[in-house]
Design a protein around this ligand. Structure first.
Ligand SMILES: C[S@@+](CC[C@H](N)C(=O)[O-])C[C@H]1O[C@@H](n2cnc3c(N)ncnc32)[C@H](O)[C@@H]1O
Length: 204
């Protein structure tokens, strides 16, 4: 079993948990997209019970890591990880249920480290999966009004684009506009440490 470690998750998990505890529906299942190492899932699932937590990932090594974190920190409401690629056509039609309806989708630090069509796939799937009142949570760095909010975010954006020109820090207003197109109202934006944002949407 190979547990991966992402140091950022240890810094951001408490501030994120506070926002999730405040805004997620009190019941049902939370579908986590791009769970990464699985550290967030292992930390959030027991803290957010009785909600069920459904971790998913694209990368096989991360699926192994999520399973390892789950084995080390078992929680009755933390489900085994499943493979999920938001760029796959009709990804939302695959069953992801825990017996509870999915009432929230959580996606942390993905949309800037993936092509824009992944953000489109995420919103399209979320629109299909969530019923009225369902919550979509996004976390990461964002531009506001087309401008970076900090020099460190501008440097990070350049670094991302050097790795892959289709990646990059997204413009908050563009994401809100796309979400609106997919029947999501922008609920609120919460400023987070290290120039990140929590952005919450509600399915109409
Ligand atoms: C920076 S990591 C963030 C992981 C985790 N959420 C965290 O905060 O530590 C970005 C993640 O997005 C995932 N990812 C990239 N493209 C994806 C796609 N098309 N579908 C689902 N996940 C994807 C990667 O595998 C990676 O785990």
């Amino acid at each position: 079993m190979t547990q991966r470690h992402a140091p950022a998750t240890e810094r951001n998990r408490e501030p994120i948990l506070e926002v999730l505890a405040t805004h997620l529906p009190p019941e049902g299942a939370v579908l986590e997209i791009s769970s990464g190492t699985g550290q967030h899932a292992a930390h959030f699932a027991p803290a957010l019970a009785p909600r069920e937590w459904l971790p998913t990932e694209l990368e096989p090594e991360n699926l192994v890591s999520i399973a390892a974190w789950r084995e080390r920190y078992p929680s009755a409401n933390l489900h085994p990880p499943q493979r999920l690629d938001v760029s796959a056509p009709y990804w939302w039609s695959e069953p992801r249920s825990s017996g509870q309806p999915i009432t929230a989708i959580v996606n942390i630090n993905m949309i800037h480290i993936a092509p824009w069509h992944c953000c489109e796939g995420l919103l399209q799937g979320a629109e299909h999966i969530l019923a009225t009142g369902g919550v979509l949570y996004l976390y990461g760095p964002f531009k506001r009004g087309g401008r970076h909010t900090a020099p460190s975010n501008a440097a990070f954006d350049s670094h991302l684009k050097n790795q892959d020109p289709t990646w990059g820090v997204r413009n908050l207003e563009s994401v809100i506009e796309l979400a609106d197109h997919h029947n999501f109202n922008h609920l609120t934006t919460v400023e987070m440490p290290a120039n990140n944002l929590s952005v919450l949407f509600s399915r109409r």
